[in-house]
Design a protein around this ligand. Structure first.
Ligand SMILES: Nc1ncnc2c1ncn2[C@@H]1O[C@H](COP(=O)(O)OP(=O)(O)OP(=O)(O)O)[C@@H](O)[C@H]1O
Ligand SMILES: [Mg+2]
Length: 537
């Protein structure tokens, strides 16, 4: 006797189809499981045989062979139990063969209870793509499976219930999922006193998807500001919500009855986090914080305290928007398009520029070097939060609340969506690179002069030049202007505070910007460089 049922294995952020084939043959009784199972999957032999017996069925004394196809895809975990048990019952003639194409997933306890598994949402999406009509999942995962329309999802509690659903005697559609945000409740920007330049920088970062670093003394409100960024970000599109929720499903982080994400994820890992915790890994591979923050924000508070290896490991996800978790057999790709937000003190004691600061220049260099190579280059905005005076902290908050800022961000993102239509992998100005950057960031001749003068007076690197250009584009988008003007560039160069050498930090950022501004006002001098962006762009 022979029976087949559909199941699914997780590979990176996707579910892959697995067919569970069971054969019963005469011979010495035994249970063989093949198809590249890992240790947890092989244990299905014991769990399934016991759950079937405790469900009241008596298996024939035969030689059982279970094949999980395709044979070259690693099968990890206990999620194949339910499909194996149902196929075995069919093959034994103990339950009727299932008339409708069905995908079943779930772990079995010895008593026959169906236990929750990871990745039900991408598995239900796979079933829909394959044209499979019915999906059986553990009751606790029912809500996430039911997010997928176009397939009948049943949340089963026991193996007996699963056989009744297959026979059409029982229907167990899960209750509708309640939409729940994954981030903490929305915090409002108006709670933060002062720090206007930081608030403006966060608005620009949110509008263009730029990574940002807040630098300032202890207690200036850096953490407070960062925690308010989800309230400024544009709402998730349906596709983004499905992708983010799928990753959380694969990580086993969804709460029972949780619906699709309605807010962008905000992740704030502690600085003691391991490399695997940050970028993903382990066996079976689990998404790390960079993937949990997909389409949302990764906040790295006290940035220099993170381990060197963890900071180095951030390069790939930051550059590529995905992270390859290397396995014995190939690599699993996990998406990780997040906005990086970081905070740090300006020096080891945090009070640089104040009389109480005792840090020497080498101490400051050492502190800064911890982040300089891998990350600092990839942060579009650096902005200083200053210590507030007691008078500023007293009294009622007067600043703008999050709602109008978010409305401006949404408008700026809409302009970007129109601009990047047809460009794959680019959804905000921060993703612009190379030719697309030059072609899509058209600037006036004054803006080009401002950029050239800023590079000269502020000693900006070529990489910083591109970052300033992207930031200028976002500032122009916030103003609803089609072309980058000099004022946008002159604002953008202010968000490069850490590009100045440490020795000059108390020194002249603003005077340098003034000199750049004067250069723009003076107009082009004969023989002067025409600017950093080629004419005609
Ligand atoms: N700008 C501000 N407006 C209102 N409250 C503030 C502000 N700055 C600080 N506070 C108060 O001080 C507390 C500490 O602020 P926060 O943790 O954000 O400082 P920080 O800059 O992150 O400091 P550290 O460098 O030590 O991490 C806040 O919870 C808040 O009560
Ligand atoms: Mg803090």
């Amino acid at each position: 006797m022979h029976a087949t049922l559909h199941c699914a294995a997780l590979l990176g952020a996707t579910a892959q189809a697995v067919s569970v084939q069971v054969d019963l043959a005469r011979g010495l009784p035994g249970f063989f499981l093949v198809g590249l199972p890992d240790a947890a999957c092989i244990d299905a032999k014991v769990r399934v045989a016991t759950a079937v017996r405790n469900g009241g069925w008596e298996l024939p004394q035969k030689r059982v062979t279970v094949n999980l196809a395709p044979g070259d895809l690693r099968k990890e975990g206990a999620g194949f139990d339910l499909a194996i048990a149902l196929s075995l019952l069919h093959a034994s003639g103990l339950v009727e063969p299932c008339p409708v194409p069905t995908l079943a997933v779930g772990e079995l306890s010895l008593s026959g209870d169906v236990l929750p598994v990871r990745g039900v949402l991408p598995m239900a999406l796979l079933a829909r793509r394959m044209g499979i009509e019915r999906v059986l999942v553990p009751e606790q995962n029912g809500a996430e499976g039911a997010l997928v329309q176009g397939v009948q999802v049943h949340g089963v509690r026991t193996l007996v219930e699963a056989t009744q659903v297959l026979a059409g005697e029982l229907s167990l559609p899960p209750p509708p999922a309640s939409p729940q945000p994954c981030a903490e409740g929305s915090l409002d920007l108006s709670d933060v006193r002062g720090q206007d330049s930081c608030k403006r920088a966060l608005e620009i970062a949110a509008a263009g998807g730029h990574s940002a670093l807040l630098v300032g003394p202890p207690g200036a409100g850096k953490t407070m500001l960062a925690r308010r960024i989800p309230g400024l970000l544009p709402s998730l599109t349906f596709d983004e919500a499905v992708e983010s929720t799928s990753i959380w499903s694969i990580a086993g982080r969804l709460r029972p009855a949780q619906g699709l994400f309605t807010e962008r994820p905000f992740r704030a890992p502690h600085h003691t986090i391991s490399v695997a915790g940050l970028v993903g890994g382990g066996s079976p591979p689990r998404p790390g914080e960079v993937s949990l923050a997909h389409h949302g924000v990764l906040f790295m508070d006290e940035l220099p305290e993170f381990g060197r290896a963890a900071l180095e490991a951030l390069r790939q996800p930051l550059e590529d928007g995905e992270v390859a978790v290397v396995r014995a057999r190939g690599a699993a790709l996990l998406p990780s398009r997040f906005m990086l937000l970081a905070a740090m003190n300006p020096c080891p004691c945090g009070y640089e520029g104040e009389p109480r600061c005792q840090c020497t220049v080498p101490m400051k260099h050492g502190y800064r070097r911890r982040v300089s190579g891998p990350i600092l280059d990839r942060l579009d905005l650096h902005v200083e939060a200053r210590a507030l005076k007691p008078a500023e902290l007293a009294g009622a908050p007067t600043g703008e609340s999050s709602a109008p800022v978010r409305a401006r961000v949404e408008r700026a993102r809409e302009l970007q969506r129109q601009r990047f239509r047809g460009l794959s992998g680019v959804y905000a100005n921060a993703q612009l690179r190379g030719r697309a950057l030059r072609e899509l960031c058209s600037a006036s001749s004054e803006a080009r002069r401002a950029l050239a003068a800023s590079m000269e007076h502020l000693h900006l690197s070529a990489r910083a030049h591109d970052r300033v250009l992207k930031l200028s584009r976002t500032i122009a988008d916030l103003a609803g202007e089609p072309r980058i003007e000099a004022r946008h560039v002159l604002e953008a160069v202010q968000y490069r505070c850490l590009d100045r050498p440490i020795e000059g930090r108390e020194g002249p950022l603003l005077p340098a910007i003034h000199r750049a501004r004067e250069a723009v006002l003076r107009g082009p001098s004969p023989g002067a460089p025409s600017g950093a962006i080629p004419e005609g762009t």
